[in-house]
Design a protein around this ligand. Structure first.
Ligand code: SF4
Length: 341
């Protein structure tokens, strides 16, 4: 049986948080370790330029940080290809070719583009001024990321479903226009972990300063967990709590201790009978998070102390990715009648 090609990527915007780990990386690890898949994991640095093209000084450092995060949690270069998007120029060539056959109203109606525009500026008119050609075309670039490797499945969160639908539409259009059955329509593999909230109960994100990072120390983690919003109706320690109203710690327990029903039953019981206060309950949660991530953090420190090893892994992945990408582009040029001169 041939292994199914699986493709996914992340922007190098800084150290990854635990939402990235539980929302994406655990899914990647699942497919990497179950066998039967040939995973390609890309650090998509061109995508980082779609909104931050003026400031490229941090991109290189962020690529290294993201590689450390991936490797320390168990992404294994023996089982998965880890590469940097800009080291594979064939992706840009496919992006250009796809941009010729993608109707412009497809990109304009992308729902995530509207969200990105809002993030650029609260004033809609001012935000529109900031939309570059590259930002408008990022769904086409994303389709190229996947289809350069003829990816058959893509692990994604529900919020990214529209991107994948776009890539599927581009694959269908290419096959239809050139009357071939060349590109597979990549299928989503949805993560089953619920979205983790930041300590303030809002969406977790670096820019909101409410995230817990894989690379945080035990002390950082404990300090941040202490700030988590709990059950707002619980005023005194002697008041019984309600786990269903507990905004952040209880949902986190359900992720960190998801395989330990006895722990979850104990937390619920102690909360609802006021046997424990929120301060102590959060301190225990911080311990559980630190126990879970300690081995990863130790591995991360060792890798960070040996940057040549990390660069070698990336260079090897780049080489492997380029080989596959080169084969795809040679076939695409052939199909399109764009002779390899
Ligand atoms: Fe949440 Fe724990 Fe407080 Fe209950 S005791 S409200 S579970 S932090």
């Amino acid at each position: 049986m041939t292994a199914k090609r699986l493709m996914s990527g992340m922007r190098p915007t800084g150290r990854l948080h635990l939402g990235h780990y539980f929302g994406a990386l655990t899914n990647w690890l699942h497919f990497q370790n179950m066998g039967g898949f040939d995973p390609y994991f890309s650090i998509v640095d061109w995508h980082a330029l779609t909104t931050k093209y003026q400031n490229t000084s941090e991109v290189k450092g962020n690529i290294f940080e993201i590689a450390l995060d991936w490797l320390c949690v168990g992404i294994d270069p023996e089982l998965s290809t880890i590469y940097v998007q800009s080291a594979v120029p064939e992706i840009a060539e496919l992006h250009l070719l796809f941009s010729m056959l993608t109707p412009h109203n497809w990109v304009e109606r992308e729902p995530t583009l509207k969200d990105m525009v809002r993030m650029l500026d609260n004033d809609e008119a001012a935000a529109k001024e900031k939309v570059t050609y590259g930002l408008l075309g990022y769904p086409v670039l994303m389709a190229s990321d996947i289809l350069t490797f003829r990816g058959e499945c893509v692990p994604v969160g529900k919020d990214q479903e529209s991107h994948l639908e776009f890539a599927r539409a581009v694959a269908r259009r290419f096959n239809h226009v050139f009357n071939v059955d060349y590109f597979p329509e990549p299928k989503p593999e949805f993560t089953t972990t619920p979205l983790l909230k930041g300590v303030d109960g809002q969406k977790m994100g670096k820019s909101f300063n409410n995230d817990l990072k894989i690379a945080d120390t035990d002390g950082d983690t404990t300090k941040k967990v202490k700030q988590m919003i709990t059950d707002r109706t619980r005023i005194a320690k002697s008041d019984p709590g309600h786990v269903d109203l507990c905004e952040v710690p209880w949902p986190w327990y359900n992720v960190i201790d998801r395989d330990k029903p006895d722990v979850l039953a104990l937390v619920k019981e102690e909360c609802e009978t006021a046997q424990i206060g929120c301060v102590a309950c959060k301190s225990r949660l911080a311990d559980h998070i630190n126990d879970y991530f300690r081995p990863f953090r130790e591995k991360r420190e060792k890798l960070a102390a040996n940057p040549e090893q990390v660069h070698k892994i990336i260079a090897h992945g780049n080489q492997k990715a380029r080989k596959v990408a080169g084969e795809t582009l040679a076939e695409v040029r052939d199909i399109m009648g764009m002779t390899n001169w």
